[in-house]
Design a protein around this ligand. Structure first.
Ligand code: NAD
Length: 423
C-alpha cells in the first residue's frame, strides 16, 4: 500500500506513533482488517492561511489546519490547538486519536482536530480574537453542528470557543450554538465541561488503582502539565487523599515530598502563569521529574514525553495518560517490559469529549442538565468503557492501549463495512 506523500513520519513522531498503534491492532481485527487501511489515511485535510493585522500595523500570516480523520460514525469532533510547534503531521495524529477515542467511548462521532502554528502568549487579546475569527471563517467550509464540531485543546478555552461560535453564526446568518463545544455557559455551554477531562483522568485513575490494589490514601502522584487537564486531575487526586509530590509545566519543575498544597499552588499559578517559583516546594531540574518515585504518573502536557530513555528511569506503577500521545512507541515497549501499567490517552482523557457530546446533545434539544446529571452520566460512560477495554485486554492478553484500539477500530471498521464504499 502506498504511503501518504505529504508527511514523512518517523517511528516516534506523532503520526508514526499512531501508525504503529494501528499496526499493533491489525492482528486482532479478524475479517474487518480488510478495511484497516482507511484508518491509515485521513479522510480530509484543510490547510489555511490566517492573515491578521497586528496591533503595530504590520500583517502577520499563520498556518492553520483542520483535519477530519474519519467521518464514518458521525460528524468530526476534536479540539483546536494554538502552539508554536503545531504541524500538519501532529494535527493528523491528534485527529486520528479522536477517531479512536470517540469510538472507544462509543460516542456517535468521527475524529477531527485543528490547530494554528503560533505562540499565543506573544499576541494581545485583540490579535488572538482576530486570528480565531479569521481561522474560523477559513475552516467554515468544513465545520458545522452536523459536520465537524471543534472544542478547546492546548492554549484554547471557552473565550476562543465563544469567538468561533459567534464567527460561524455571523457567517451563516443564524445562531449555531452546536458548532463548537467547551463554550461559556451563557452560550449553550455545559456545566461540568471545563473540569470534565481532568475529572475523567481521576475517575479512570481511581478505577485502575483499585484493579492494581494501589490505595488512594497517601498515594504519590506526579503531574506534568498543570493546565485544564493536569490541574483538575491533581486537585481531585489530592482531595481523595493522594499526595501530589511533583508538578512540571512550561515554567519549571517543583517537588514537595509531603504533598503540594493545591489551593496555594493554584493561587500561585493564577498570579504568575506557571508553577515555577512556587514558595511551597523545592525546585527540581526538569529532567529529574521523570525520576521522582511515584505510584501514579500523569503526563498531561504534550505528546512524545515518555521516551524509551525516560521510561527506563521511571519509578512508578501506573501511567495515566492525561495528554494525547505522551508515550512514544519505544517508551511504550519499555514500560510493557518493566510491567508498568499504562492507561492510554484514548480512555484516560476521554472525559472531556464525553461531556462535549453532552453539550452538543443539550444544544440540539435546547434542554440543559444539572451538573450532578452530567457527572453521573459521565462516570457511567467512562467507567463502563474502561471495564469493557479491561475485559478485552484480559481476553486477548494484550496491553490496555491495544485493547482500546481493538474496541475502537472494530466499531469504526464495522460501520465502514456496513456503509460500504461510495460509489
Ligand atoms: P492547557 O493549555 O490548559 O495546559 C497545558 C499545560 O502543559 C500547561 O500547564 C503548560 O505549562 C504545560 N506545558 C506546555 N509545554 C510544556 C513543556 N514543554 N513541558 C512541561 N509542561 C508543558 O492544555 P490542556 O487542555 O490541559 O491539554 C493538555 C493535554 O491534554 C494535551 O495533550 C491535550 O491534547 C490533552 N487533552 C485536553 C483535553 C481538554 O479538554 N482540554 C481533552 C483531552 C485531551
Amino acid at each position: 500500500m502506498s504511503k501518504l506523500s505529504f508527511v514523512s513520519p518517523t517511528r516516534n513522531s506523532p503520526w508514526g506513533t499512531y501508525l504503529s498503534q494501528i499496526d499493533a491492532v491489525e492482528p486482532y481485527l479478524g475479517p474487518l482488517a480488510r478495511w484497516v487501511e482507511t484508518l491509515r489515511r485521513p479522510k480530509r485535510i484543510l490547510i489555511v492561511d490566517v492573515p491578521i493585522e497586528l496591533d503595530n500595523g504590520t500583517v502577520a500570516h499563520y498556518e492553520g489546519y483542520r483535519v477530519q480523520h474519519s467521518l464514518t460514525r458521525g460528524p468530526g469532533k476534536g479540539g483546536v490547538r494554538y502552539h508554536p510547534d503545531v504541524t500538519l503531521e501532529e494535527v493528523m495524529a491528534l485527529a486520528a486519536w479522536m477517531t479512536i477515542k470517540n469510538a472507544a467511548m462509543n460516542l456517535p462521532f468521527g475524529g477531527a482536530k485543528g490547530g494554528i502554528r503560533l505562540e499565543p502568549k506573544a499576541l494581545s487579546l485583540k490579535e488572538l480574537e482576530k486570528v480565531t475569527r479569521r481561522y474560523t471563517s477559513e475552516i467554515g467550509i468544513v465545520i458545522g453542528p452536523q459536520q465537524d464540531i471543534p472544542a478547546p485543546d492546548v492554549n484554547t478555552n471557552g473565550q476562543i470557543m465563544a469567538w468561533m461560535m459567534d464567527t460561524y453564526s455571523m457567517n451563516t446568518g443564524s445562531t449555531a450554538t452546536g458548532v463548537v463545544t467547551g463554550k461559556p455557559i451563557p452560550l449553550g455551554g455545559s456545566l461540568g465541561r471545563v473540569a470534565a477531562t481532568g475529572r475523567g483522568v481521576f475517575v479512570i485513575g481511581r478505577e485502575a488503582m483499585r484493579r492494581l490494589g494501589l490505595p488512594m490514601d497517601g498515594a504519590r502522584v506526579a503531574v506534568q502539565g498543570f493546565g485544564n487537564v493536569g490541574s483538575v486531575a491533581a486537585k481531585l487526586f489530592a482531595h481523595a487523599g493522594a499526595r501530589i509530590v511533583a508538578v512540571q509545566d512550561h515554567s519549571g519543575t517543583i517537588l514537595n515530598e509531603a504533598g503540594l498544597d493545591m489551593a496555594d499552588l493554584l493561587q500561585h499559578l493564577a498570579s504568575s502563569g506557571g508553577v515555577g517559583g512556587f514558595a511551597g516546594a523545592d525546585t527540581l531540574a526538569d529532567e529529574d521529574f521523570w525520576k521522582v518515585k511515584t505510584d501514579v504518573l500523569i503526563p498531561a502536557a504534550l505528546e512524545g514525553q515518555i521516551t524509551a530513555a525516560r521510561a527506563l528511569g521511571l519509578q512508578t506503577k501506573l501511567v495515566l495518560e492525561g495528554a494525547n500521545g505522551p508515550t512514544t512507541p519505544d517508551g511504550d515497549a519499555v514500560l510493557a517490559d518493566r510491567g508498568i501499567t499504562v492507561v492510554p490517552d484514548v480512555i484516560a482523557n476521554a472525559g472531556g469529549v464525553t461531556v462535549s457530546y453532552f453539550e452538543w446533545v443539550q444544544d440540539f434539544s435546547s434542554f440543559f442538565w444539572t451538573e450532578d446529571e452530567i457527572n453521573v452520566r459521565l462516570d457511567k460512560i467512562i467507567i463502563g468503557a474502561f471495564k469493557h477495554i479491561c475485559d478485552t485486554a484480559e481476553q486477548h492478553q494484550i496491553p490496555l492501549r491495544t485493547a482500546a484500539f481493538v474496541v475502537a477500530c472494530s466499531r469504526v471498521l464495522q460501520a465502514r463495512q456496513e456503509r460500504g464504499l461510495y460509489p
